[in-house]
Design a binder for this molecule. Structure first.
Ligand code: NAG
Ligand code: NAG
Ligand code: NAG
Ligand code: CU
Length: 474
């Protein structure tokens, strides 16, 4: 018997947003097709398997992989950083910004009040604000601070279990403090990349996010050749960031269906549960492919190159932006599904048969001491340190995504609610969206964004919405 699986995105009259998996069976001389339609994935991801106890040492369960020829540079924090980086409120962190505490508030040397940093999606920042943030990253890259903090992830990033989301939450919070310290206006926090905005595109790699305006384009070897992070030398000494789209076919963006499934999920294990438990683990959850960490993995695999390995992913600023979105999902799940008390208390049970001790709630976070894993459940993160700006949404009545880089897509036949979708870069594939303002430059002609094509006559109706971006209001 012959069996193979292929994916059909646009077939037999289905639209781009129906994810249909077609399995072809050849039995004797006859062929049978089994069709399975689901909203979760573009590529079928089957449930994952626990790790054989005998493979414990070789798996990510037992070891943090770094290449053998790696030249170790200690990712130590300075005494100054040690003093402030673990802070979970603004009076504690005030000294890092050389501010003064008065009446329980932190005043910066400029006289400005230190507030919570606002994290916005990259495409909903005004250009001038995004440039200020890019300049701060580049200053940090030049001084070595970006790579130094990147090494903290390279040598100790925690994955595959309950501490994954929490370790990365604390890591991002520290990186954000450093970023804010490099900006004129520290009200801005880490931007994030909401890849659900790219999930409906026929070719997500052609999104405006991978243009010179945002994360940059790659040359034919996958080296980032333009944009704000061009010529970013990696921690390993390569001259450019490497992205290898298409290398791993299990790679894909997040999408609304899975994000909604996660943030409304009553099972804490889907958010914090072990993704690589040992076979000896008395499992209380299935290794559902939609789990937060797996969902996060597929985006790493999609971008690939530096993003494909935990030791190299922090080379690409895309890693930081993607993890911002993962933290957004985590926070939204906390807000939707937990009381304030539960947020600071609930944590999967420590069990040596399941995951290594460094995932236990009371274990200290590698290279993020003195915090313990459970400390990152604190409400302090979003009470005092940062908040998320609301996501771009749109409706039939208000088909406006408040960004020149997004458009409001209203699916025919009301298949799903209208949603904001990213525009596509020049020469990018726009097939299936010919009637929408999908091309940032030019028009969608013969399935491609043609920079020189003249606007079609129906384009005028979008003009009034798409040219404007909401100013930064605090
Ligand atoms: C399958 O097809 C071949 C070639 O057409 C034929 O010789 C054979 O008898 C067929 N077998 C069956 C089970 O129909
Ligand atoms: C702020 O954090 C410091 C250090 O963790 C702590 O001692 C202090 O009580 C906190 N202040 C508030 C208002 O939570
Ligand atoms: C599953 O539940 C049992 C009983 O409460 C517990 O002993 C075990 O540690 C749990 N396993 C996981 C992975 O949480
Ligand atoms: Cu990581």
């Amino acid at each position: 018997m012959h069996r193979f699986v292929f994916l059909c995105l646009i077939c037999l009259g289905t639209t781009v947003d129906a994810y249909v998996t077609v399995t072809k069976y050849t039995i004797g001389n006859k062929t049978y097709y089994e069709k399975f339609e689901q909203p979760w994935f573009r590529h079928m991801h089957y449930d994952h398997d626990p790790v054989e106890a005998s493979e414990k040492e070789e798996s990510a369960f037992g070891k943090h992989y770094v290449p053998e020829d790696d030249v170790f540079i200690a990712p130590d924090w300075t005494a100054h950083e040690m003093k402030y980086m673990s802070c979970l409120n603004r009076t504690c962190v005030c000294g890092y910004f050389k501010g003064n505490v008065k009446n329980g508030e932190c005043y910066l040397p400029s006289g400005q009040l230190l507030k919570r940093a606002v994290r916005r999606e990259l495409r909903s920042l005004r250009d001038e604000d995004r440039r200020m943030i890019e300049d701060a990253w580049n200053a940090m890259k030049k001084s070595g601070l970006y790579n130094k903090i990147g090494r903290v992830h390279k040598y100790s990033g925690v994955h595959s279990g309950p501490a994954f989301t929490l370790w990365h939450r604390e890591f991002l919070k520290r990186l954000e403090l450093a970023l804010r310290d490099h900006m004129r206006n520290p009200d801005f926090g880490l931007p994030f990349w909401d890849s659900t905005l790219d999930s409906l595109l026929p070719e997500p790699k052609d999104s405006i996010i991978f243009s010179e305006l945002f994360l940059g384009e790659v040359d034919d070897k996958g080296m980032v050749k333009n944009g704000p992070y061009h010529n970013w030398e990696t921690m390993e000494g390569r001259a450019q960031i490497f992205r290898n789209f298409g290398e791993d076919e299990s790679g894909e963006m997040l999408n609304d269906a899975r994000v909604d499934w996660l943030i409304n999920n009553p099972d804490i294990n889907m958010i914090l549960g072990a993704t690589m438990p040992l076979t000896t683990c008395p499992m209380n959850h299935t290794l559902d492919a939609r789990m937060l960490e797996f969902s996060h993995d597929y985006v790493h695999f999609f971008v690939n190159g530096d993003m494909s390995k935990s030791y190299s992913s922090s080379n690409d600023v895309c890693f930081v932006y993607h993890h911002g979105m993962i933290d957004w999902i985590f926070e939204n799940w906390r807000q939707n599904m937990q009381s304030r008390e539960e947020r600071e208390k609930d944590y999967p049970k420590s069990d040596e048969r399941c995951f290594p001790f460094w995932h236990n709630g009371d274990n200290s976070m590698p290279l993020l001491q003195p915090l313990k894993n459970k400390d990152a459940l604190s409400n302090g993160y979003t009470d005092f340190m940062y908040e998320y700006y609301p996501r771009s949404t749109c409706s039939k009545e208000k088909p406006d995504c408040h960004s020149p880089y997004l458009f409001c897509y209203i699916p025919p036949n009301d298949e799903h609610p209208p949603s904001c979708v990213s525009k596509v870069r020049r020469n990018g594939v726009c097939k299936g969206f010919e009637d929408w303002p999908i091309c940032y430059w030019g028009q969608c002609v013969n399935g491609k964004c043609d920079e020189n094509a003249k606007p079609k006559k129906n384009a005028a109706q979008f003009e009034k919405f798409e040219k404007r971006i909401v100013p930064f209001i605090m």
